[in-house]
Write a protein that binds this ligand. Structure first.
Ligand code: ADP
Ligand code: MG
Length: 700
């Protein structure tokens, strides 16, 4: 029987499983095949050396305590009832586990005399040590194993699992039997030379050890091998893509021509920064090779990425090609169309805007102009351009705020056969190790320098009772001829409610600033209405612009110096940073005021603290990553990224680097994985990774 077959076999037919258990396992944890089961990793390990006795407890420590349930009950309290359990450890000392929620369900979970392990952070109340809402394991079945001094794996459970007897102990037995009967059928997928080179534990041994570690050292080795594997396959995917790209032909542009020169000499109202020049040079070089460019321009909000794109589009134009400029939202597409039009007007070039809300006639005319090649640049949302537009001679696609799109969209953007140069722009600075994973198949130019004269935005947190002061401050700024944004959160679930927030805020502000012009813009307005309001704001005809988060990215109104964010505690960190990036776009001092409720989650506090501490996008994104964790940061759940079960991209950076080097080495040596030594690797990779969509990586 081949490896593939055994891995794909249903767990249903393994000793100790059967139909009911298989169903519960599949439903609770997605375990269907042997491969799933082997990767159903323990949630925690227990042994004598990693548990703490009551006498050694210290307030604030996070610990696991094993013991016997002495009493438990729901007890009345001053404010509310709670459930208390008294646990006696093996030395006869006692502590408490306390629950405030789910009392009746919890009550049924225990019985007196049973062995349990409580896990959590210790607090002290009077003479009692207590863990509130501890993570717990009922050890009755496992006590014997633990008593023999083994390291015992505890698995994810749940009610459905318990109902069919799939306790940690039975899972261990099932997996144990599997290894006994079939362990030798598991073959090494990674080539021997790679395993040797990186001093990895053999695959089969690692899988066995992660479930049945003989020592902490063995567990560590096994974990390292399996983390390596997870990261290696993703890197292999990227390395393959990168390699394939090497022979993807792209249009061969000419060196920058007359329009570029005129733009730089006559139109551009400022000097390019060195960083902008470097990025522009990278593009000029890439686009002349005849190989498709895939370049990411990474630069903090306000660093001036748009101009770099304009230069690239002018080079395309002088080389006889059209460009597509894609933005994540309609409002941004409109904004960009307007600012591009302004830049390009003096050169007598006119970008064509495509929006979902154009009239049929307008749209047809626009599409026709692009199709005939009469329009040099099409601007629209990425969906629109991808789905509806045919170009005469597309040479360059600019994707603004790339982090909003997945890699899949990027890969399939022009699957119709067009291979324009791809210029991706993102304001999300990410640590190098993450960049390797996220953009591992791209070349990167960094704009790590702000235009001269910019002052960091002063950021403060304010509360409701300071509202009058905040308004007084805004009044002063307006009197100086400056402008302000007031932003309300938009939470999808209650769009109507939030809209009401923005609308009533709009009314309040109108009443508060009778001397000023207050405008309102939100996602439900027609594109025309939005456009008109934005234009009026940009022209300085509106002093205070109230909005929902539609203005989050890319909007550029240099005269705006105040950003007031209502309910700031509800926004994500990168979102707050993006919003703040709407001000500070000139040499006038700008301000960001975070209006926050008194009730804040711990995470919200951290986010707001980060905002007032730094304006550095790099620091902000590291903090964001730290607060949210990698899974959420990447949005992997929704996007079908091969899930990382063990590896953590933020923590396992050294393994990630090693995996990346290894993957590159494999592909350099054997790009098509056809050497005999790569046969197992090739079939495993093919089966579980290569056909996966590339849509897995998405930030923001
Ligand atoms: P982002 O990188 O956030 O997309 P933009 O391209 O919107 O930034 O540029 C932000 C603002 O800075 C714009 O008003 C733009 O005209 C201006 N700008 C860009 N480059 C320079 C420069 N080298 N010197 C001065 N201002 C610049
Ligand atoms: Mg931008």
């Amino acid at each position: 029987m081949s490896t593939d077959d055994i891995l794909e076999r249903s767990v249903r037919y393994l000793s100790g499983v059967g139909e009911k258990r298989a169903d519960a396992w599949a439903e609770s944890h997605g375990v269907r095949t042997v491969r799933d089961m082997l990767r159903f990793y323990p949630r925690r390990y227990l042994d004598r050396s990693t548990t703490t006795r009551v006498r050694d407890l210290q307030e604030g420590d996070t610990v696991t305590v094993m013991g016997t349930v002495r009493t438990y009950d729901v007890v009345p309290g001053k404010r509310s009832k709670r459930f208390e359990l008294i646990l006696e450890d093996d030395t006869g000392q006692t502590m408490k586990g306390t629950w405030f929620q789910g009392l009746w369900w919890i009550r049924k979970a225990f019985s007196v005399g049973e062995r349990v392990a409580l896990h959590g952070t210790v607090q002290k109340y009077g003479r009692w040590f207590s863990i509130t809402h501890p993570d717990f394991d009922r050890l009755n079945d496992d006590a014997a194993a633990l008593d023999t001094g083994r390291i015992v794996a505890l698995y994810p459970g749940g009610q459905a699992m318990e109902a069919v007897g799939l306790t940690s102990r039975s899972v261990r037995r099932i997996i144990y039997r599997f290894f006994k009967e079939h362990g030798l059928e598991l073959r090494e997928q990674l080539p021997d030379w790679l395993v040797a080179q990186h001093d990895l534990m053999e695959g089969r041994v690692a899988l066995r050890a992660i479930h049945f570690p003989k020592s902490h050292d063995e567990l560590e080795q096994a974990t390292r091998r399996l983390k390596f594997e997870e990261l290696f396959y993703i890197q292999l995917l990227l390395a393959t893509t990168r390699h394939k790209r090497q022979d993807v032909a792209g249009p061969a542009f000419d060196a920058p021509g007359p329009h570029t020169r005129r733009f730089v000499d006559e139109v551009l109202p400022f000097e390019l920064t060195d960083a902008q020049r470097r990025a522009a040079r990278d593009i000029v070089r890439d686009t002349q090779t005849g190989i498709q460019m895939n370049r990411l321009v990474q630069g903090d909000v306000g660093s001036g990425k748009t101009v770099v794109a304009v230069l690239a589009m002018l080079q395309a134009y002088d080389s006889g090609y059209q460009s597509a400029f894609m933005a994540p939202t309609e409002i941004l597409a409109e904004q960009h169309a307007a600012s591009l039009a302004e830049y390009l007007e003096p050169l007598d070039l006119h970008p064509t805007l495509l929006t979902g809300s154009q009239s049929a006639t307008e749209r047809e005319a626009a599409l026709d102009a692009v199709a005939r090649g009469a329009s040099p640049i099409a601007v629209g949302t990425h969906a629109l351009i991808q789905e509806t537009v045919t170009f005469d001679r597309l040479g360059l696609a600019v994707v603004d705020e790339q982090h909003r799109f997945g890699v899949m969209q990027r890969a399939e953007m022009f699957a119709k056969g067009e291979r324009p140069h791809m210029l991706l722009m993102t304001a999300t600075p990410i640590p190098r190790s993450l960049a390797l994973t996220l953009y591992g198949d791209l070349d990167v130019s960094k704009i790590d320098e702000m235009p001269a004269g910019r002052k960091p935005v002063t950021t403060v947190q304010r509360h409701e009772k300071q509202r009058a002061d905040v308004y007084a401050f805004i009044r002063e700024r307006i009197a100086q001829g400056e402008q302000a944004y007031v932003v309300y959160p938009l939470v999808e679930q209650s769009e109507k409610l939030d809209l009401k927030d923005a609308e009533s805020g709009y009314e309040t502000l109108q009443a508060t600033f009778p001397e000023a012009t207050v405008g309102l813009v939100h996602g439900r307005m027609s594109a025309d209405a939005k456009d008109e309001t934005m234009r009026a704001f940009k022209a300085g005809d509106i002093d205070v612009l109230v909005s929902t988060t539609v203005i989050e990215v890319g909007v550029d109104v240099p005269g705006a110096t105040v950003m007031l964010i209502e309910h700031a505690e509800r926004f994500g960190l990168s979102q707050l940073h993006q919003l703040r990036g709407r001000v500070g776009r000139s040499d006038t001092q700008s301000y960001c005021i975070l209006m926050a409720g008194y009730k804040q989650s711990a995470e919200a506090k951290q986010r707001l603290a980060a905002m007032t501490r730094t304006t550095d996008g790099f620091e902000i994104s590291e903090e964001d990553l730290r607060i949210r964790g990698a899974g959420d940061f990447f949005g992997t759940r929704q996007s079908g990224m091969p899930e990382l079960k063990l590896a953590d991209i933020t923590e396992d950076t050294d393994i990630l680097e090693t995996a990346r080097n290894a993957a590159t080495a494999v592909i350099n040596r054997d790009p098509t994985l056809s050497e005999a030594t790569h046969a197992e690797l090739a079939s495993y990779f093919e089966r579980y990774y290569a056909d996966r969509s590339m849509g897995f990586l998405r930030v923001g």
